[in-house]
Design a protein around this ligand. Structure first.
Ligand SMILES: Cc1cc2nc3c(=O)[nH]c(=O)nc-3n(C[C@H](O)[C@H](O)[C@H](O)COP(=O)(O)OP(=O)(O)OC[C@H]3O[C@@H](n4cnc5c(N)ncnc54)[C@H](O)[C@@H]3O)c2cc1C
Length: 389
């Protein structure tokens, strides 16, 4: 939908072809953490959109980190003045999708629902998409944003490359108690003593809490998953009533994969979002990098359509593919660093964590490092295309 909006902003027609039904409700909160860089990009393609999205979200200003039950880091950011975009906003992905959908309709994007695409092929400078329903569609360019299993990517001869990790994470959403809400703080626990030393992350988002439990390598994740499984451990780490307000439980083993190319040989099919890359969510780099993918893909298509020669058109798409693949590799490296920090159970790494936690009260850099490491390296400068993710 971001790509479609970006195309409309450039005055191009855009059609979204979706396998699901218009009235479907996708489960779970998924991408709750939207960075300001993404809000500003949405603002650019549709003035007002970034600020409106932010108005549905919640911005936490305090973060705390604990090691074996003892606080080792605490920081509160100053309040955000009215009219200023915060560092990030937190809301369920379904709210983001609903707002994007409404904006797309207003901007004149066409939607075709209940149409799973099974293959893409290119001939005579046109892409043909074959649908499972029997029909087909053609276009000069196709942006494949059909998720990690992307049939468009696979039939265009492209593939995701990268390892599956082994550690399991159980992710629970539970509704906030509106009468007696908990403090709006992001809290990370290394080796939480109430759950046999498993790591636990709490992130507030509008009206809810996301609680991530990192299973031990020898755990059977099923034991901790499902609503019944989550009810065995959630009351150990949160007030008891949150166990009766669970809205979603899911278990993940994350893959860290990037497509071998972000466009096909004909440069008529461009990959975006999870069709192009999948990362572990630490550092929130999935949707936040899907947005720049989509905007640059739309820009490349616009440029290709305006090109005086075929070779200029190819160059525009090649630039998109190289730039976004490089960004995806950077994002994967960053989430790898976070994942290694969280999951490597080597004696040395655990000793480093123990030592950093011990000196954190007198050496604040150690506490700061323990606080930030689970999310990967801090953002660098934007790349040559002005993108941070
Ligand atoms: C637990 C969790 C937490 C996360 N947290 C964050 C976060 O805080 N911040 C962040 O930036 N990212 C986060 N992410 C990642 C984020 O959710 C994804 O990056 C994002 O959903 C990818 O969007 P997408 O549009 O590429 O793919 P999807 O959201 O998978 O959408 C693909 C769409 O294509 C449709 N489709 C699939 N196949 C076909 C077909 N054959 N034909 C037609 N349509 C098809 C699907 O129905 C769907 O609508 C998180 C993910 C998870 C699982």
């Amino acid at each position: 939908m971001t790509a479609a909006l970006a195309l409309r902003a450039l005055g191009r027609p855009a059609t979204v072809v979706e396998a699901g039904a218009q009235e479907r409700i996708r489960p779970g909160s998924r991408a709750i953490f939207i960075h300001s860089a993404s809000l500003m990009l949405l603002e650019k393609i549709h003035p007002g959109l970034g600020f409106e999205l932010n108005s549905y979200g919640l911005t936490w200003r305090t973060k705390r980190t604990f090691y074996r039950g003892r606080e080792i880091y605490h920081r509160t950011y100053p309040p955000i003045p009215d009219g200023v975009m915060p560092r990030a906003t937190s809301l369920p992905q379904i709210v983001t999708e609903r707002l994007l959908y409404r904006t797309c309709v207003e901007a004149g994007v066409e939607f075709i629902w209940n149409t799973p695409i099974v293959s893409a092929s290119v001939s005579n400078n046109r892409v043909t998409l074959a649908a499972a329903t029997g029909g087909s569609l053609t276009a000069q360019y196709v942006i494949a944003a059909d998720g990690s299993r992307s049939p468009v990517r696979e039939t265009a001869g492209l593939r995701l490359e990268g390892p599956q990790t082994t550690n399991a994470f159980v992710i629970v959403d539970t509704k906030e108690d509106t009468e007696q809400p908990l403090p709006v703080e992001r809290v990370f626990h290394y080796e939480h003593p109430a759950v046999d030393g498993r790591n636990v992350l709490f992130v507030p988002f509008s009206g809810h809490w996301r609680v991530d439990l990192q299973c031990h390598p020898a755990d059977d994740p099923e034991k901790f998953s499902g609503v019944d499984g989550a009810r065995t451990w959630l009351p150990e780490v949160m007030p008891e009533e949150y166990a009766s307000r669970i809205t979603w439980v899911s278990t993940y083993i994350f893959r860290q994969a990037v497509a071998n190319n972000f466009s096909d040989d004909s440069r008529r099919i461009l990959l975006c979002g999870e069709a192009a890359h999948v990362f572990a969510p630490f550092g929130a780099r999935g949707l936040n990098s899907g947005i720049p993918d989509a905007i640059l893909a739309a820009g490349a298509i616009d440029c290709a359509l305006k090109s005086a020669s075929r070779s200029d058109a190819l160059t525009a798409v090649d630039h998109f593919a190289a730039s976004r693949r490089a960004a995806a590799l950077r994002n994967r490296a960053a989430s790898n660093t976070a994942l290694r920090h969280l999951t490597s159970a080597t004696i040395t790494r655990r000793a480093v964590h123990r030592a950093a936690a011990a000196i954190a009260p007198v050496f604040s850099a150690a506490g700061r490092w323990m606080d930030s490491a689970p999310y990967g390296p801090v953002l660098g400068e934007p790349d040559a295309d002005g993108m941070q993710y």
